[in-house]
Ligand binder design. Structure first.
Ligand SMILES: Nc1nc2c(ncn2[C@@H]2O[C@H](COP(=O)(O)OP(=O)(O)OP(=O)(O)O)[C@@H](O)[C@H]2O)c(=O)[nH]1
Ligand SMILES: [Mg+2]
Length: 333
């Protein structure tokens, strides 16, 4: 038997003390506590976060997105190891509300981030399972704060480029990187979804072997096109670069770009302005989530909903009237 304290016996001070010492077991448990949806854990989680908050905020938060298979995990392995060699402490988080995708990624990531995951200076936490994108991101934001309190100074947040994920991750990071591959048809996808418009850098991965020339010319073409777009971050020209995550080439170069970005935006005040804006947005997101939850969990709403849904389907009631009716049910004392 280990001499460790049982999970249920951990007190608030055990959690905060452990996180501040970067005890990885406690760090993991703290995140589990925060991710828990039991009301009892929720209150404890609140208290722990409150104590950790003064120690959070001192990191560079980097979002990494791209189509499945673009090489995000391989890139994080490469960049993460490079950063650790340079003296940084790196935490890797994922935002992925779809459980089936997550399962696949975690299995793959065990091998794709093998070197990184063995490093003591690194902490890897997969996406919280289950729940909506809103729920997942609320937990991820709080996990960011916990990791910062534990002393991680670079946060890498990976999200697969499907649906709404990218915009959500953009709203919690300082720098947003779009990973692409040349000639895979995903250029169009990204343009269509407006992801390029919210990126601070485009990185054409797999610039190796027979693919190298295509990657270089794709990057040049993108950089030209980007000059005509409004930049994602005021005062910063988004450009396209190349790398080979597999061979570790182009990694120091992209880190230099990210450092330049940090310096430029800190000097211009954009860095702090974005963080402040994100904090305000976060408040409203929490309120919206809460309101939605209490609406759909309201017993009277639950009872009225199926009937009204049927009326809508039968064209017996206008959607606007149906919404008013449900809101009245919810608002009534
Ligand atoms: N040639 C080459 N292959 C690469 C490179 N980077 C990644 N790959 C390969 O591309 C495949 C997908 O890489 P991952 O890192 O798993 O990609 P991902 O974007 O994390 O994928 P998902 O997590 O499924 O969205 C793997 O077989 C990698 O070995 C690279 O720079 N060059
Ligand atoms: Mg991956």
């Amino acid at each position: 038997m280990s001499s460790g304290i049982k999970r249920s016996q951990l007190e608030i001070a055990d959690y905060t003390g452990g996180v501040l010492k970067n005890d990885k077991t406690i760090l993991g448990r703290t995140i589990t506590l925060i991710e828990s949806s039991s009301p009892n854990h929720y209150e404890k989680g609140r208290q722990v976060l409150k104590k950790l908050l003064p120690h959070a905020g001192e990191s560079l938060r980097i979002g990494i997105t791209g189509m499945p298979g673009a090489g995000k995990s391989t890139f994080i392995e490469s960049l993460g190891c490079f950063l650790i060699e340079a003296g940084h402490k790196v935490a890797v988080l994922t935002v992925d509300p779809s459980s089936s995708l997550t399962k696949g990624s975690i299995l793959g990531d065990k091998t794709r981030m093998a070197k990184l995951s063995r490093r003591d200076e690194c902490f890897i936490r997969p996406s919280p399972t289950g729940g909506t994108l809103g729920g997942v991101t609320r937990k991820t934001r709080e996990t960011v704060l916990v990791c910062e309190a534990a002393g991680y100074d670079v946060l890498l947040i990976e999200t697969v480029g499907v649906g709404q994920n990218e915009i959500t991750v953009r709203s919690m990071v300082d720098f947003f990187l779009l990973l692409m591959i040349a000639g895979a048809g995903d250029e169009l996808q990204a343009i269509k979804k407006g992801v390029i418009e919210i990126a601070d850098a485009l990185l054409i991965n797999k610039a190796d072997g027979a693919n190298k020339a295509a990657a270089l010319s794709a990057a040049a073409e993108y950089s030209r096109a980007l000059k005509y777009l409004i930049p994602a971050t005021k005062g910063w020209q988004t450009e396209a670069y190349t790398c080979s995550a597999l061979e570790g080439r182009g990694i120091p170069e992209i880190w230099a770009v990210i450092e330049k970005f940090e310096q430029t935006t800190k000097e211009s005040g954009m860095f702090a302005a974005r963080r402040n804006k994100q904090a305000v947005e976060w408040v409203f997101t929490i309120i919206e989530d809460h309101l939605k939850e209490s609406f759909y969990n309201d017993a009277r709403v639950k009872e009225a909903l199926p009937g009204i849904e049927e009326q809508i389907l039968k064209n017996e009631i206008l959607p606007t009237a149906a919404a008013e009716k449900l809101l009245r049910v919810f608002d009534s004392p």
